[in-house]
Design a protein around this ligand. Structure first.
Ligand SMILES: *Cc1c(COP(=O)(O)O)cnc(C)c1O
Length: 372
C-alpha cells in the first residue's frame, strides 16, 4: 500500500480526555471530531470517547455525523457548519447549529409538520467573522426564537478568532460580547448550555469555560498554542498519532553529488542516502525540503534535497547498522528522539492542525487499544 502508516493510540486519546475533564472541572465536553477527527479516524475516536463518558460530539458536516450514527455512536452530535437539513436531523437525531433566522424557520416548519420538536444550538458571531448571528444585532432576534414552536434552543456557542490565544485582547472582547448577550437572553432559555472554549481556551483561559467546552486538537495530544506557549502540553498530554514510513532504498552516494529536484542539496562527504516512500502527495509538506528530519534507529536523520510527490531522501551517514527494513518515524518518538506535529508545523510554516489532518488522510491506519 502506498503512503505512510498512521498509528492511533486510543489509550492516549482517553488519557487526554481525562486531563481535559480535570482542567475544566468536570464540565460537559463537546469533543470536536470534524475532518475525520483531525485525521485520527472519527469512528474509532468517537467510540473510544463515548466509552470514556464524553457529553457529545461536534462534527463539521451532516455526512460526518451520519457516519458516526451508522457506526453506532449514541451520544448527541452537533453539526457545527452545515446548513441544517431538517429531515436528516430528525432521522439521525442530530443537533443542528442555527446560524440565522432562516435556519430556525426551516427547522421549526419541518418539526411542526412532522409533529416533533427539534433541539438546536445557536451560533453567535462575536468576532470570528465566519458563521452565526452578528453579536451587535442579535439580542432581539435570539429572544424571538421562542416564537418558533417547532424548535427548542438548548445551547448557544461562539468561537475565538485568535484560536491559539496568543494575543488575548480580542478574545476578551469576544467573550465580553458573548457574556453581555447571555445576560439578556439566558432567562428565556433556562436550560441552554453556553459554550465557547476551544483547546487553547480550555488550557489557558478558564473564564471562557462557561457551561461546556468544545475542544479538538488537545484531545489528540498536540499543542494548540502554536508551540510557543508557557504551557508545555507535552508534560501532560500524550500524542495520539504516530506516523511511520519505510526505506525503499539505501544508496552510497559519493561526495559532490546533487540530490533530488532542483539540485538544492549536494553531498559534502561520501554519504549514505535513504529513500523514503513518503512525499507531499501523502500530506508530508514539501516545505520540509532540506530542513525537516526523521528518526531512524533512535537517531535523527535530516531530509536532504526537495521532498518529492512520493519520495523523500534522508541522510543516514551518521546512523549505524541501517537496514532497509528499519522503521522510519516521521511523527512520534524513538529512543531519545521525538518529532511532534508542532515541530513539523513550525518548520513548514503552518499549524499542527494542517499537519495531522493532511497525514491522517492516509488510508493505512493501525489502531492501538481499540475500544470498538
Ligand atoms: C475546530 C473547532 C473547535 C475545536 O478547536 P480546537 O482548537 O481544535 O480545540 C471548536 N469549535 C469550533 C466551532 C471549531 O470549528
Amino acid at each position: 500500500m502506498r503512503g505512510p502508516v498512521v498509528e492511533i493510540d486510543l489509550t492516549a486519546l482517553v488519557h487526554n480526555y481525562g486531563v481535559l475533564v480535570e482542567r475544566c472541572q468536570g464540565r460537559p465536553v463537546i469533543a470536536v471530531v470534524k475532518a475525520d477527527a483531525y485525521g485520527h479516524g472519527a469512528v474509532a475516536v468517537a467510540l473510544a470517547l463515548e466509552a470514556a463518558g464524553v457529553h457529545s460530539f461536534g462534527a463539521a458536516f451532516l455526512s460526518e455525523a451520519v457516519e458516526l450514527r451508522q457506526a453506532g455512536v449514541k451520544k448527541p452530535i452537533l453539526i457545527l457548519f452545515d446548513s441544517p437539513k431538517p429531515e436528516e436531523i430528525v432521522r439521525y437525531s442530530l443537533i443542528p447549529i442555527a446560524r440565522n433566522e432562516t435556519d430556525c424557520q426551516a427547522l421549526s416548519d419541518y418539526a411542526l409538520s412532522n409533529n416533533t420538536r427539534i433541539k438546536i444550538h445557536v451560533n453567535i458571531d462575536t468576532g470570528m467573522g465566519r458563521l452565526g448571528f452578528a453579536y451587535d444585532e442579535c439580542v432581539d432576534k435570539l429572544i424571538n426564537l421562542t416564537d418558533y414552536k417547532g424548535i427548542e434552543v438548548t445551547g448557544f456557542m461562539s468561537h475565538f478568532s485568535e484560536a491559539d490565544l496568543h494575543s488575548r485582547a480580542f478574545a476578551e472582547h469576544q467573550l465580553d460580547r458573548f457574556l453581555e448577550i447571555r445576560k439578556i437572553v439566558s432567562p428565556y432559555y433556562k436550560s441552554a448550555l453556553w459554550h465557547f472554549a476551544n483547546s487553547a481556551a480550555v488550557l489557558s483561559y478558564p473564564a471562557s469555560h462557561l457551561d461546556a467546552v468544545r475542544p479538538g486538537l488537545m484531545l489528540y495530544g498536540a499543542n494548540p498554542m502554536a508551540c510557543k506557549s508557557d504551557i508545555n502540553c507535552d508534560d501532560f498530554l500524550k500524542p495520539v498519532m504516530t506516523v511511520k514510513s519505510r526505506l525503499i532504498d539505501i544508496r552510497k552516494v559519493s561526495k559532490g553529488k546533487s540530490i533530488s529536484y532542483g539540485r538544492t542539496f549536494t553531498t559534502q562527504r561520501n554519504s549514505l542516502i535513504g529513500v523514503l516512500s513518503v512525499g507531499y502527495a501523502d500530506g508530508y509538506p514539501r516545505s520540509l525540503s532540506n530542513i525537516g528530519r526523521v528518526i531512524v534507529n533512535g537517531r535523527y536523520a535530516p531530509i536532504v534535497g526537495r521532498v518529492c510527490m512520493d519520495l523523500t531522501m534522508v541522510d543516514l551517514t551518521d546512523i549505524s547498522d541501517i537496514n532497509e527494513t528499519d522503521e522510519v518515524t516521521l511523527i512520534g518518538s524513538d529512543g531519545n528522539c521525538k518529532i511532534t506535529p508542532c515541530d513539523l508545523a513550525a518548520l513548514s510554516g503552518t499549524i499542527p492542525y494542517e499537519i495531522v489532518t493532511a497525514l491522517g488522510r492516509n488510508k493505512n491506519k493501525k489502531y492501538l487499544n481499540n475500544f470498538a
